[in-house]
Design a protein around this ligand. Sequence first.
Ligand code: PLP
Length: 360
Amino acid sequence: MKRVYNFSAGPAVLPEEVLKEAAEEMLDYRGCGMSVMEMSHRSKAYETIITEAEADLRELMNIPDNYKVLFLQGGASQQFAMIPMNLMKNKVADYIVTGQWAKKAYQEASIYGKANKIASSEDQTFSYIPDCSDLPISEDADYVYICENNTIYGTKYKTLPNTKGKPLVADVSSCFLSEPVDVEKYGMIYGGVQKNIGPAGVVIAIIREDLITEDTLPGTPTMLKYKTHADAKSLYNTPPAYGIYICGKVFKWIKKMGGLAAMKEHNEKKAKILYDFLDSSKLFKGTVVKEDRSLMNVPFVTGDADLDAKFVKEAKEAGFENLKGHRTVGGMRASIYNAMPIEGVEKLVEFMKKFEAENA
Ligand SMILES: *Cc1c(COP(=O)(O)O)cnc(C)c1O
């Protein structure tokens, strides 16, 4: 068996321990005589799986009782529509555009109501987070929307925007469970799990109860109403059952590792190794304003597209996979999510040093 160091932005690396456990339980889940994949989502065994998953997530994130946890499908991209359909009561919302995912969410919201772009970092190819301490928040805005960690560009909000009392809605797909979070600062936190938690096919949405109402935009399908899933505890219809089971295992793994504070420490340590090298390198350089650097996604370039391509190719041959930057920005990107071990980053930096010496 060969395992590579996988720097993919998503679907991405998962803890090896979790994969092994899932493999052991594949044919016979704890004496059930069947795989979790083959099991009714209404069975006792599955009920335990989904209930424990929610309880462990609540414990990890310290989620208050007045927030619902929903396991949904359709990817983070479906939330770009579900959010305005469910939350745009006045048909007005403010969007801060710090990358492609925020831009897509903003564009989608414009289909359903008045979406205002109140700040953007597009002028500098999204390489920074704008000052959000005193933005022109709309009087009648139903919510303020951000993408908290910009997977493609490698920026992260270090302070949340001042929403002047409006509920904050945050896409945390690529920083979910990477550090402690104060859930009460948000109206809604959501993300696709395939970046930092589990397999593709599950979206987790954590929503303050008072925002979940029958009052959705006319024509909103039953399946796209948060209330449908909240009332049915994510079992209105067949949920992405196997994916939720793996997420549950990852929650237990994070708990065992010491929770979100320990994750943060582990992630800071890893990111520092890479950023310190980028700051001292004569060949490679980071593309993001220092104070807005993400702990999860680290884009970098040599400044020469041919040399970038050579690096990606040789890195792959050396066992470092998926270092090519997003197709829209080029260069390289190392995604170093929770499950990436420190050795992975140390070895990558070693390899980069060698490449630099050979290509000076
Ligand atoms: C990957 C990603 C998305 C899109 O997720 P899908 O599940 O493919 O729809 C949205 N937002 C962010 C921040 C992402 O990283």
